[in-house]
Design a protein around this ligand. Structure first.
Ligand code: PGA
Length: 260
């Protein structure tokens, strides 16, 4: 794992955007794995800026989102499809037919999940997967105890995650209980993973994921087994790391060709 600690959330988000932009420039038909929630907002703002001001071209890019609420159509204000349209897709030149988000209204959920996996494979797999992390260590909506080999499937949210996400809904009772999420195994298949964590509320989960044992109780900890993971943090999210001085030292002393 490569751990990068930035002084504030904006800088950490810009760094994640730069990694994605570099990939898109090198590989114009890149397959991006995308995330929702508060964390990636700065990343998407910066990608939109690069599209407008630096002609970053998404016309051949394909995107797969991590997850969606079961029972919400794409028109629902709290659906992840709507989130992605508002915060990214409507502001860049990605082709609508190249955008894939789990369908919260699928009538055959297991069948839909199999097709989603098949579709990712048919596109050659995900080049870079952007991730946030839940306060409980979840990635995607893979809550603690998720199989570390799991694939796209239906999951039940924990009460804590429903509470955390209530801010996006008119009332806490409206938060769905179920979601469709890529599995931990699906995420591990991405060629590169960028995990972004911002704020003190993520500090404990980050410490457990980075410095704790690999355990299904902290699904993000399995990223220790992935060959290419960058963990981008602001100083608050890094505040509980025991070896933060070491991570800073490593980053500052990188050879130029490894910088990003
Ligand atoms: P957040 O959610 O970005 O809204 O904090 C992250 C997550 O739950 O994965």
């Amino acid at each position: 794992m490569e751990i990068v600690i930035e002084s504030n959330s904006e800088r950490a988000g810009v760094l994640a955007a730069r990694l994605i932009a570099r990939l898109v420039r090198e590989k114009p038909d890149a397959v991006l794995g995308l995330a929702t929630g508060s964390t990636p907002l700065g990343v998407y703002r910066e990608l939109v800026r690069m599209h407008r001001e630096e002609h970053l071209d998404f016309s051949r890019v394909t995107t797969f989102n991590l997850d969606e609420y079961v029972g919400l159509s794409g028109a629902h204000p709290a659906s992840y499809r709507r989130f992605m349209e508002e915060n990214l897709f409507s502001q860049i030149n990605v082709a609508p037919q190249n955008v894939f988000i789990p369908d919260g209204m699928a009538s055959d959920v297991p069948g839909f999940c199999r097709e989603y996996e098949d579709r990712i494979r048919a596109h050659g797999g995900i080049d870079v997967q952007l991730l946030g992390i839940g306060g409980d260590g979840h990635i995607g909506f893979n809550e603690p105890s998720s199989s570390l080999a799991s694939r796209t499937r239906i999951k039940t949210l924990t009460p804590k995650t429903r509470q955390d996400n209530a801010r996006f809904f008119a009332s806490p009772e409206e938060v769905p209980h179920h979601v469709i999420t890529m599995g931990v195994g699906t995420i591990l298949d991405a060629r590169q993973v960028v995990l972004l964590a911002l704020g003190a509320g993520k500090a404990r989960a980050v410490r457990e994921a980075v410095e704790g044992p690999v355990t299904a109780m902290v699904p993000a900890s399995v990223l220790q087994m992935h060959p290419s993971v960058k963990v981008l943090l602001d100083s608050q999210a890094a505040s509980e790391l025991e070896r933060s001085d070491y991570y800073r030292w490593v980053y500052e002393n990188k050879p130029d060709w490894q910088r990003f």
